[in-house]
Design a protein around this ligand. Structure first.
Ligand SMILES: [Zn+2]
Length: 308
């Protein structure tokens, strides 16, 4: 995992919506039964040791961010991403983490989710939204592992929630929290920062590289989604053309997005496997604990040794 490049996103503040209506479906730890098969984004709400008790998962806020993301994407591309739903409601899994999250331990959350959902985590991109007051990574609002299949957003870090998020959404087209969440999700699909000289407000604008390229972000323009069509939607200058991935609700795209095998740390429960999947199983041990890892190219989790 250390070989991947970590990407951070600097964003300005966001705000408080007084109230939202219906709660999204959610259940501690585990994903509710999936409405859809195949690739989807599972939103996971995490409360850590320094949680502010914001309850964005139950007060409608998370649901609002996701619906903002969907309608914004639809206005830009005519498509929406696939979010995990249960009976038509956004399925928000909940995790309690006994510590605080930083870039070094974020993989713990992936592990926790996979352990709780051993039969259906495969094919899911995990979007963690974290209620944590303690800022452990300085002046950022989220990060993701490039192509790693998971991302984190930290709405309770300084200046990451704007009191006038609704106003900002009207102004920029997308509120900063929703923008952060989407920006990080796109990193997790393999999109690197886009420094586009034709726009000063691209969703995938990032620092320090864009400032170094002489392109400053402007909060005076509506946010754009690969305006030139060269970077990540229609072209792949930033590493991937999202249009080609099978991540859209209309079923378009030809390339399946695969979570890196080294992040698949709990073997899926399989009925008698045949050789046709090309998967191998290895035994990994750490002290008295042993694990079977099944993947195309299985690797032992960190700290585990392969047992031959
Ligand atoms: Zn970024």
């Amino acid at each position: 995992m250390r070989g991947f490049r970590r990407i951070i996103f600097l964003t300005v503040a966001v705000f408080l919506f007084a109230s939202f209506r219906a709660n999204a479906a959610q259940d501690p730890g585990t994903s509710l039964p999936d409405d859809k098969k195949g690739h989807q984004i599972q939103v996971v709400y995490v409360e850590t040791q320094s949680s502010a008790g914001s309850n964005y998962h139950t007060n409608g806020r998370v649901k609002q961010w996701v619906s903002e993301i969907q309608s914004w994407l639809k206005s830009k591309t005519g498509k929406e991403l696939i979010f995990d739903t249960y009976q038509g409601q956004l399925d928000i899994a909940y995790l309690k983490y006994e510590g605080n999250i930083d870039m070094k331990n974020d993989e713990d959350l992936v592990r926790m989710y996979q352990k709780l959902n051993p039969t259906n985590y495969l094919g899911k991109n995990l979007a963690f939204i974290i209620d944590q007051k303690l800022s452990t990574q300085g002046d950022i609002c989220g990060w993701a592992l490039l192509s790693g299949g998971y991302s984190l957003a930290m709405p309770n870090w300084p200046d990451c929630i704007d009191d006038d998020e609704q106003g900002i959404a009207a102004f920029l087209g997308l509120s900063s929290s929703a923008g952060t969440i989407l920006h990080e999700i796109l990193h997790s699909y393999g999109v690197n920062h886009a420094c586009d000289s034709t726009t000063t407000s691209d969703l995938m604008h990032g620092e320090p590289e864009c400032a170094a390229a002489g392109i400053a972000f402007s909060y005076l323009e509506k946010m754009t989604f690969d305006k030139s069509g060269l970077n990540y939607y229609g072209g792949n200058k930033t590493g991937v053309d999202l249009k080609t991935l099978r991540i859209w609700s209309d079923g378009s795209g030809t390339t399946e997005f695969l979570i890196p095998p080294n992040l698949q740390i709990v073997p899926p429960v399989t009925t008698t496997t045949t050789g046709t999947t090309g998967k191998k199983t290895i035994n990994c041990t750490k002290g008295k604990v042993s694990k079977k890892i099944t993947a195309k190219n299985p690797k032992c989790p960190k700290g585990f040794k392969i047992k031959i």
